[in-house]
Design a protein around this ligand. Structure first.
Ligand SMILES: [Zn+2]
Length: 208
């Protein structure tokens, strides 16, 4: 078995000008291209780590060779991440990569919601879809209908990718008045603070 740095070196050196790993890695930058494979079956072409769902493309500025890698490798090896022509520091680079992941998750949610609305021809789902596209979040009531229908249709989706808004008093009221089994259905989409709020409003945590 080859060691981790050795694997990285074997993958990156043949595609770089420098023959020394840390110098060679300086030739690479994130191209802003990403891909959501929908299931975690891909591997990182830099470190060979498996079970990646999201791929980030990096390119060598000298050789123009490209690799699909995991976001953690971009950060670990300080692969340049640009914004407005400037290289970002590590914190900002991480924030930027996380934004890309959030965007891919939002798109995945919109795709499942879109497919569901097409399949069911239900006006509530059409409204939920336009609400989600406009606000990038669902109301608690919309979330319940969406998750219930996605489950019934056996759609493969991640409830935690959906965001729920509780900013308006009417949304808080809706959550308070919702039967607890419905709140449990949308639980995974609630943030830690929203879960605390749900408990304060009289609901319990799901048992599993
Ligand atoms: Zn990697």
């Amino acid at each position: 078995m080859t060691s981790y740095p050795q694997r990285v070196a074997e993958n990156v050196l043949p595609l770089s000008v420098s023959g020394e790993l840390s110098e060679a890695l300086k030739e690479w930058y994130f191209t802003e291209r990403t891909e959501d494979h929908e299931v975690a079956t891909e591997s990182c072409e830099l470190c060979d780590q498996e079970q990646l769902r999201y791929h980030f493309e990096i390119e060598n500025k000298n050789t123009r060779k490209r690799l699909w890698v995991g976001s953690s490798c971009i950060l670990r090896f300080n692969v340049a991440v640009y914004e407005n022509g400037l290289v970002l520091d590590k914190k900002s680079a991480e924030r930027k990569l996380n934004k890309h992941i959030a965007k891919m998750r939002l798109d995945a949610c919109i795709n499942s919601l879109n497919a569901l609305a097409k399949k069911e021809q239900n006006p509530i789902l059409d409204s939920a879809l336009s609400y989600y596209q406009k606000n990038k979040c669902l109301t608690p009531k919309f979330a319940f209908v969406v998750f219930w229908r996605l489950d019934s249709q056996k759609f493969d989706y991640h409830p935690s990718f959906f965001k729920i808004s509780l900013k308006r008093d009417s949304h808080k009221r809706d959550l308070a008045n919702m039967p607890t089994d419905r709140v449990h259905l949308i639980w995974k989409a609630l943030s830690p603070n929203q879960r605390k709020m749900a408990i304060k409003l009289g609901h319990t945590e799901p048992s599993t």
